[in-house]
Write a protein that binds this ligand. Sequence first.
Ligand SMILES: Nc1ncnc2c1ncn2[C@@H]1O[C@H](COP(=O)(O)OP(=O)(O)OP(=O)(O)O)[C@@H](O)[C@H]1O
Ligand SMILES: Cc1ncc(CO)c(N)n1
Ligand SMILES: [Mg+2]
Length: 539
Amino acid sequence: MSSAPPPPFLRLHPHSSISSFSSPRLPHLSPRTRPWRLAAAREMPWPHVLTVAGSDSSAGAGIQADVKACAALGAYCSSVITAVTAQNTAGVQGVHLVPEELIREQLKSVLSDMSVDVVKTGMLPSAGIIQILCESLRKFPVKALVVDPVMVSTSGDSLSDPSTLTNYRDELFAMADIVTPNVKEASKLLGGVSLHTISDMRDAAESIYKLGPRYVLVKGGDMPDSSEAIDVLYDGKEFVELRGHRIKTRNTHGTGCTLASSIAAELAKGSSMLNAVQVAKNFVESALHHSKDLVIGNGPQGPFDHLFRLKRPPYNIGSQQRFNPDSLFLYAVTDSRMNKKWGHSIEDAVKAAIEGGATIVQLREKDIESRAFLEAAKACMEICKSSGVSLLINDRVDIALACNADGVHVGQSDISAREVRELLGPGKIIGVSCKTPAQAEQAWRDGADYLGCGGVFPTTTKANNPTLGFEGLKAVCLASKLPVVAIGGINTTNAGSVMELRLPNLKGVAVVSALFDRECVSTETRNLRSILTSVRCLA
Ligand SMILES: Nc1ncnc2c1ncn2[C@@H]1O[C@H](COP(=O)(O)OP(=O)(O)OP(=O)(O)O)[C@@H](O)[C@H]1O
Ligand SMILES: Cc1ncc(CO)c(N)n1
Ligand SMILES: [Mg+2]
């Protein structure tokens, strides 16, 4: 690794010289007195990740991978460049460090102005750079810090000075929300222990956890001879094994950078750590899958396509509206037979349910022709959009895509949540009907957002639907890593008893006939809403 020469760039940038560092650039004006902020009628926060990492000339890893991953997942990505590397698909040919004072300046420029949510680190090649980063983070705290302790490239070239080990371990890890070493990096951090099995990865995660981060993710991308790519997440109490298919491809350059940036993007959007890691892992797996046969370069390790989703519909992948689990509180599911019986159109029924206080709506239309269904779905989308309520479509991914619905709900015999996610992209809501803890686990692995669990009580809406009772509901809620909505035979007389169970993850009740097999849908919804609210108030 070459060392940094004196900074010649000062002459190239007379207006941004390091000597001006101590004087603030922005005049200290309150938002009210900043004229450029008054122009916007409604300010929309944009999830923001700052990556502090090295440039990769081949653009498969480093800063370039980080920017692409964040863009693909709907987050803004600013970048502080720590080093410029010469790399291609054969390996690393050169490394040049950016002068430390310019790194400090870049950090201040971004952190002092741009409302960064999450900082993600990649290549931090010297001890001094880590110290500067820690100082900057103490001065400008952010919501979360994701540390990818990049030490060696997959080609085996060194990307950091051995002296950084001490600063990682003693200073940066204690500030980190998550640290994401691969097996080689975990071994280096722990003085050279060898990692061959999942059990070794767990032990390593436990040892690295003791250095101070809130979570440790030991990545198994480089574990040999496995049909699965398994990562181990540890939070100081529990281990979670994240298992994905191992994609057979040469295009794995930058998987680590992409995973860490994707975690950062999801955290910036408001996800929990476990969900962020799961979404990130699914994203890497999908990107590798879609890029497995692409050819760029002559070396053994090619880049992959972070923006693979742009090649296929839907294009609105960067939805910034995160799914809010609290929206499951009063979940209205339509039924065309009931609407027909009472002379309600689907649109009128949906409008009435929302008027009465439904917090999310699903169109479950089993006996209606596709064209009529799509027209009704489009009209319902307009109604839901104007009242800020999400609209999901039962089973029909095609209808959901065509009307740009907020998501899809699938059952155990419909296409899997993983495939629905592939089709809908990361910004849409996916729910799965589950009756057992095993199904709940699978739905989470497949990238679902919530579970529908039931039938809690006997129901006539769905034929041949076994009743789970409170015990079955409890088993699923306790095992689930996702929020749950209870369904099946729920009405104004028993909804209170369901919510009074106060089960973990149980966010609300889903109802069909209690709302729609009635003359006045809005009155029924209002009654149910007030029952649910009073139970919540007593909590
Ligand atoms: N061939 C593959 N198929 C599916 N997932 C993979 C594959 N290779 C790596 N992954 C996944 O990619 C993520 C990054 O893991 P990996 O161990 O490759 O990190 P890394 O070695 O730090 O990356 P890099 O190659 O960028 O240095 C992990 O979630 C891992 O499971
Ligand atoms: C600049 C840079 N950062 C990280 C990695 C690790 O993949 C790499 N190869 N290059
Ligand atoms: Mg790797």
